[in-house]
Design a protein around this ligand. Structure first.
Ligand code: ADP
Ligand code: MG
Length: 411
């Protein structure tokens, strides 16, 4: 067993790692920390939840000195992630007393300007950082280490030009680290343009499939919400995330879950920053155990102990499915993924099987579902018209189940 001490990490970091009660390094930490400490450029690809933050934190803390201007720059795709990474860095660098600034949009810029004057480490979303660059309120000339966290997501969210502008303004002799849960041709481009002979570390498995049970229900559109309520009521679950494809669907679900006495909150990109933080906080502190969200809002967040992922919509992009399921079964815990499919979801669902041939998702038999009250919403107007409450007879499972079974069987 490799220990943190074997990796060459300095005393101050080792102390804070001990305080976090980490017993041994994760795979990505074990493989990436030594080259990072040698000052090499590193590309690290591994699943969400595999501990990438500590890997680059070691590099930052190792190469930085306090009070010499901004020495490290971390770019993240979302505001929440900027907050989360900056909090993690504060924890890991506790014995070094670095000033760490989280810089993102949606909040007032003035306090950030003062913070940037004294910051040693900046964790930022690309848009707001560019703002500061244009205003001349950040000096990147002392940057020794640049980290692109969730690089795939920054590409997906259209930040590639911003990332290019920012990185090209950093000193040439810097160290560049790139972390991502998935790899793509765009990431190759970043690599070729901005990285110097990088060491690449890949981990094959996105999540531990042994720990992860994946299921699907084939359900009529009109009964989908009732099925969700039925399952949420029946499960003894911890924290649950329900994913939707659109903000509108998130609003619809959150509202109706609450109406049905379920303890739900929501985040999506249409909310103010204050509302997003507040709702996230309530979920993370476990005051509320159901979070309804879009992919963008949830990406990269480290939410501890998520026991169930519900896909109320199946994502259009198959790799988004992998990101979603990476929210559970973290750090060796059990997790369960439940897909609720009605007609519109089948093309996207079939695409997942095509993209990930070894995936294993079991069909579940529909339980007796009690139709629940739904208030009229634009996302699902027809659902609102049911006046009668009562028990719906099981619909026998369609022949699609056979289709997915067969696809699996034929490999
Ligand atoms: P990633 O960036 O790969 O998605 P994070 O860095 O956010 O993963 O880490 C996920 C969780 O695992 C965090 O709660 C972190 O504190 C925890 N963690 C990281 N490294 C270890 C370790 N070596 N042992 C135990 N827990 C760890
Ligand atoms: Mg991460």
């Amino acid at each position: 067993m490799v220990s943190f001490e074997d990796l060459g990490i300095n005393e101050a970091i080792l102390r804070s790692i001990k305080e976090q009660n980490y017993v041994e390094p994760t795979f990505i930490q074990e493989k990436s920390i030594p080259p990072i400490l040698e000052g090499k450029d590193v590309i690290g690809q591994s699943a969400t939840g595999s501990g990438k933050t500590l890997a680059f934190a070691c590099g930052i803390i190792h190469s930085m000195e306090k009070g010499r201007g901004v020495g490290a720059l971390v770019l993240t795709p979302t505001r929440e992630l900027a907050e989360q990474v900056s909090d993690a860095l504060k924890g890991f660098s506790k014995h070094k007393f670095f000033k760490i600034a989280a810089i993102y949009g949606g909040v007032s810029i003035n306090p950030q300007v003062s913070l940037l004057r004294i910051a040693d480490v900046v964790v930022a979303t690309p848009g707001r950082l560019l703002d500061h660059m244009q205003r001349g309120t950040i000096n990147l000339s002392k940057v020794k280490i640049v980290v692109l966290d969730e690089a795939d997501r920054m590409v997906d969210m259209g930040f590639i030009d911003d990332v290019n502008k920012i990185v090209s303004q950093c000193p040439r002799n810097r160290q560049t680290l790139l972390f991502s849960a998935t790899m793509s041709p765009d990431i190759e481009k970043i690599k070729n343009r901005y990285m110097n002979n990088p060491v690449s570390i890949f981990t094959r498995q996105q999540v531990d499939p042994l720990k992860l049970s994946q299921e699907y229900y084939d359900v009529q559109k009109e009964l989908k919400f009732s099925l969700l309520v039925h399952l949420l009521n029946g499960e003894h679950s911890g924290s649950v995330i329900v994913f939707c494809n659109t903000r509108r669907q998130v609003d619809f679900l959150a509202k109706n879950l609450i109406k049905n006495n379920l303890d739900a909150t929501a985040i999506h990109g249409g909310f103010s920053q204050a509302k997003r933080s507040n709702n996230m906080g309530r979920f993370q502190s476990k005051r509320i155990n159901i979070l309804v969200c879009t992919d963008v809002a949830a990406r990269g967040l480290d939410i501890k102990d998520v026991s169930h992922i519900y896909n109320y919509d199946i994502p259009k992009e198959s790799k988004e499915y992998i990101h979603r399921i990476g929210r559970t079964a973290r750090a060796g815990k059990e997790g369960r993924v439940v897909n609720l499919l009605s007609d519109v979801d089948h093309p996207n669902f079939a695409a997942i099987f095509k993209a990930y041939p070894s995936i294993n998702i079991r069909e579940m038999e529909l339980p007796q579902i009690k139709r629940v009250q739904i208030s009229v919403s634009p996302a699902s107007r027809r659902d609102g018209n049911f006046r009668k409450r009562g028990f719906q007879k099981n619909r026998s499972s369609s022949n699609r189940g056979a289709f997915y079974q067969k696809r699996r069987g034929s490999r």
